[in-house]
Design a protein around this ligand. Sequence first.
Ligand code: SAH
Length: 346
Amino acid sequence: MMKKIYDYGLDDLKNYVHALGLKDFKARQIYSWLYKKRVDDFNKMTDLSRDLIARLESEFMINILCLIEKQTARDLTTKFLFKMTDGALVESVLMVFDYGYSACISTQVGCNMGCTFCASGLLKKVRDLSAGEILAQVLYIQKYLDEQGERLGNIVLMGTGEPFDNYENVMKALAIINDPHGLEIGARHISISTCGVAPMIYRFADEKVQYNLAISLHAPNDELRSKLMPINKAYPLKELFKALEYYALDNNRRITFEYLLLNGINDTVECADQLQQLLKGLNAYINLIPYNEVKEKNYRTANDRQALLFYDMLKKRNVAVTLRQKKGDDIDAACGQLRAKYEAGE
Ligand code: SAH
């Protein structure tokens, strides 16, 4: 079985070259070819010996995903559908904001969290993505931007999958993405989004990393949240917030709460009151997200007026709140939409 070169962090590469009797700097050269010069062929690594190149070629794959579809929206949001070496389909999205380029990356093939509004769960989890497969999406998008002389500034793990259900691979990929000798994207520009796997929030809190944490909240009480998100039955709000308080102990870290606007369901006055209570004392803000309607689901998005109304309700209650710009709504930009369509043969 061929290995994927991007599954090897710098330490793994060092171990690999040591076993061949070579020094650390060979590993650093390979690493730099991969992430700084971003070549996609071992033969282009001109400061490696012929022997080493031949060896790498016989043991490692360097092209581990291929693009099978690309859609670009009017607002330049670009969605990529990739095929992995085993045929698994994975989506990533590139968005353009006034603060720069941001990529939304997948962490699993399908998802088992079963959120009732989400297109990703239309297809159950097939497997986790390896660290290299997570990283390769970012690398592909950076190479795409290289052609335009542009740089990817932000990463959000908000594609298909639950990052905290694939914890180790996610952390390993992010380490290379963040590494100044790797893709060099600042920790503050990397966000991990979770549906609320509480035990992993404790683990994440203990890491020495400064990535942002985003929680998909979507409802301010257990009754509604359990209806929308099955994970809430395993880790109800009380347990989730206990974990978040622990996370916040360190420097009063800031937490982002994502809150989908589902009209008539979670945008009522009662919901605004409950949200105010729930977030009291935390250094938090709510990001209201317009719902991307999914054909197979019955939820309706709040229109602009309704969204503003709820935004104002929260402002009046002194809740820090932002309203996310809608992106790519003329393409299949909701998590899992493009992949689900492709699998259905549409
Ligand atoms: N599993 C993680 C990350 C992937 S989902 C999580 O739950 O956070 C990323 C975000 O997109 C989550 O907040 C999710 O609830 C939201 N989302 C899912 N389907 C959506 C849709 N159709 N429209 C808008 N946001 C959606």
